[in-house]
Write a protein that binds this ligand. Structure first.
Ligand SMILES: Nc1ncnc2c1ncn2[C@@H]1O[C@H](COP(=O)(O)OP(=O)(O)O)[C@@H](O)[C@H]1O
Ligand SMILES: [Mg+2]
Length: 332
């Protein structure tokens, strides 16, 4: 049993979701460890595709202007912790595009979405870094975002989590596109194709750090999936995978590495990746992911001992109260 299982966010939607959805029942009898209470992600209507769900409470429209430069104090703290500078390819992420696709907008107003990911982020960072009486998990700074099937919200959650973590002045986040067969982080963020993880795996002379893209969002960098191959599982199973991931951690031990995984039931790389991370966030598509699919997926990811659930696309408000009622009660 994961000792972080007792981490709770009192009175939050995390607990209320676990009351509504009997994940204990879903997982009993499975070989995977029992996860901590699931988190809830607010429903946000997809662009161009209205959902039947109640829309999230009205939040101020996100600021679409380019993000302001970080405050001098924030920049100073981050650079004091920064590793030796490497010259990296710079890429720009359009804030308009983030807003249009329902992602958290850096330096935008507090919204229901940013509040939900703030809660999820807190739990993961506590497990990664320790604190409040908990020791850090071994390699808790490496987080796999997985789900049983395609289209359950892995990439959506991975990007929002990375944006939420990078918004804190002392965090650096590396978002790795590890869905080698169907990479989508670059296209989702409107960034052109670049070499990436698979190229570093295939070429022992390639320095993986040189493939990391620096975004114009302070604290956020991206490692693309790289060239497509039908041998991704073979490459991943080789010892070079551990070397590359260790190198990424060694180059900047303070950074959080978020892996956007392929679906556990559709592709074997997910179970290989689970061996290299300290935490897994399992995205569950509310009312869609079946109990048996969830159980099968969790057993495939058993290489990772610490699995938490994130309930995505919920259409309920357990108390009738909307999350937006809490806006502005505290900074991240
Ligand atoms: N909570 C959500 N609110 C709005 N759109 C979502 C949400 N979760 C997922 N989506 C959208 O659903 C589609 C599939 O999600 P995606 O993250 O790409 O799935 P996966 O990576 O698991 O295959 C994407 O268009 C994504 O933007
Ligand atoms: Mg995806």
């Amino acid at each position: 049993m994961n000792k972080h299982s007792s981490i709770k966010s009192s009175g939050s939607l995390l607990e209320r979701a676990s009351e509504m959805y009997d994940f204990g029942a879903a997982l009993r009898g499975g070989s995977a460890p029992i996860p901590v209470p699931p988190a809830v992600e607010p429903e946000q209507p997809k662009a161009g595709q209205p959902e039947a769900a109640q829309p999230i409470p009205a939040a101020p429209a996100p600021a679409l202007a380019p993000a302001p430069a970080p405050t001098p104090a924030a920049a100073a703290i981050r650079s004091a912790m920064a590793p030796a500078p490497v010259s990296r390819t710079q890429v720009t992420i359009s804030r308009e595009r983030l807003a249009a696709h329902n992602f958290i907008v850096p330096d935008g107003p507090v919204t229901g979405l940013s509040e939900e990911f703030r809660i999820v982020k807190r739990q993961l960072l506590l497990a990664a870094r320790g604190g409040k009486g908990f020791d850090p998990l071994p390699h808790g700074e490496r987080i796999l975002i997985c789900s049983a099937n395609p289209d359950e919200g892995k990439t959506y959650s991975a990007i929002n989590l990375a944006l939420s973590m990078a918004s804190e002045k002392d965090n650096r986040v590396l978002l790795v596109d590890a869905d080698f067969a169907k990479p989508s982080i670059l296209s989702t963020l409107g960034i052109e194709k670049h070499r990436g993880f698979m190229d570093a795996l295939a070429d022992p002379d390639c320095d993986v750090e040189s493939l990391v893209l620096q975004t114009d969002i302070d604290g956020l960098s991206i490692l693309p999936a790289g060239s497509q191959t039908n041998q991704d599982t073979e490459y991943l199973a080789a010892s070079r995978t551990a070397e590359i991931i260790d190198q990424l951690t060694r180059n900047d031990p303070a950074r959080i590495i978020i892996f956007d995984s392929p679906p556990a039931l559709a592709a074997s790389p997910a179970s290989v990746l689970a061996l290299h991370v300290g935490q897994t966030l399992m995205v569950v598509h509310a009312d869609v992911t079946t109990e048996s699919a969830l159980r099968d997926a969790l057993s495939l990811l058993s290489g990772c001992e610490n699995i938490q659930l994130l309930l995505n696309r919920t259409k309920f408000s357990p108390t009738g109260r909307k999350f937006g009622n809490y806006y502005g009660y505290g900074a991240s």
